[in-house]
Design a protein around this ligand. Structure first.
Ligand code: ADP
Ligand code: MG
Length: 329
């Protein structure tokens, strides 16, 4: 959009002044004021200077209108500038993702010998060797590092690569145990998990990341004061046109989110937390992961009452459900 520059504003006002002057000259030349004077004189008792004043006042509404339009144009151009800035911000985040992806790829390659050789070393070290424990720790550490790098790679590629379909209910149960450990004692946590949930069409690491984000936001919202946190994982109860496998609900009795903020919480870098406490990337990541996998998230919140986040998790496509991995941390 073209901007309305201050110089253009002055140009337009100048044009108007010249126009008024041009109107004035013929009016004076053809004695329009005198004519108007005698005309009004015939009907009323106006003086000549009153008529001149009246003619001079006429352009005022015009000038007022022009100034208003100029202001409106300035506002519009400012808004355009802001959305341009937002766009470049998003582009920066996108390139950051590419950068992280490249770095993760590099790290993945560099981790290969570490993982392979420490596994070999572990196999070669007898149980009674006092160094055995250290070797085991190195091997376990390298596996963990590779897993973290994998997660970044998957996120950067925006795809749920390497679908790992777990026993959903069982995996969720062990994740909830982790949450209980990190839940403050001021918060009363209730959990309701359905049995025999179908396999999910998402890597479990991503489901974990979504659930943990919602959990930590809910705990942070209650901010040390007593409250209630409910976690539910159930099959969709109402109409389910997109065939989602399960609905994860995380609700809290925190302060809630205003309507205006609800529009922004999924924006990258939107946070109401102090510097260092929040990044504003949590819900953005949740939404990105869900969009990539065919899920969705909905917010229901009321100021002073609390917040409920509902996540529709996609079902595994045909063929994926055959792959069943029981490895649950
Ligand atoms: N359960 C919740 N209750 C109240 N506000 C929330 C809740 N979840 C998210 N928010 C709001 O959304 C913002 C963005 O959340 P998020 O993207 O996770 O970033 P962060 O947690 O780093 O601030 C938070 O700063 C907070 O204002
Ligand atoms: Mg967060």
């Amino acid at each position: 959009m073209r901007r309305y520059l201050p110089s253009q504003k002055w140009r337009d006002l100048g044009i108007m002044a010249v126009f008024l002057l041009l109107m004035w000259i013929p009016a004076a030349e053809f004695e329009a004021f005198e004519w108007l004077h005698s005309f009004t004189r015939a009907h009323e008792t106006w003086e000549l200077d009153e008529v001149i004043l009246l003619v001079l006042l006429l352009p005022l509404p015009l000038a007022w209108y022009a100034v208003r339009r100029a202001r409106e144009a300035t506002r519009l151009s400012q808004r355009a500038l802001e959305s341009e800035r937002d766009l470049s911000h998003v582009r920066k985040i996108d390139s950051l993702g590419t950068l992280a992806g490249g770095l993760a790829h590099e790290l993945n390659n560099q981790l290969q010998p570490l993982v392979g050789l420490s596994e070999l070393l572990e196999a070669e070290t007898p149980q009674e060797d006092p160094r055995r424990r250290k070797v085991e720790l190195i091997y376990a550490g390298s596996l963990k590092a590779r897993e973290s790098v994998d997660r970044v790679l998957r996120f950067a590629r925006r795809e749920a690569a390497g679908f790992v379909v777990h026993d959903t209910s069982e995996a969720m149960r062990s994740m909830v145990e982790l949450m209980r450990l990190s839940c403050p004692t001021t918060v009363q946590m209730t959990v309701s998990l359905a049995d025999d949930l179908p396999p999910l069409g998402m890597a479990w690491a991503d489901v974990e990341s979504i659930a943990m984000n919602l959990f930590s936001n809910a705990v942070a919202a209650m901010d040390g004061s007593p409250g209630q946190l409910d976690i539910r994982l159930h099959p969709p109860s109402g109409p389910n046109p997109n065939g989602h496998a399960a609905v994860l609900t995380v609700s809290d009795t925190g302060p809630g989110i205003s309507e205006a903020q609800q529009q922004r919480i999924f924006d990258p870098y939107f946070t109401t937390k102090p510097l260092g406490a929040g990044t504003g990337l949590g819900l953005w990541q949740v939404q990105t992961l869900l969009h990539a996998a065919g899920g969705r998230i909905e917010v229901q919140s009321e100021l002073g009452r609390g917040t409920e986040m509902q996540v529709w998790l996609p079902a595994a496509g045909a063929g994926q459900s055959a792959q069943h991995v029981a490895e649950v941390r």
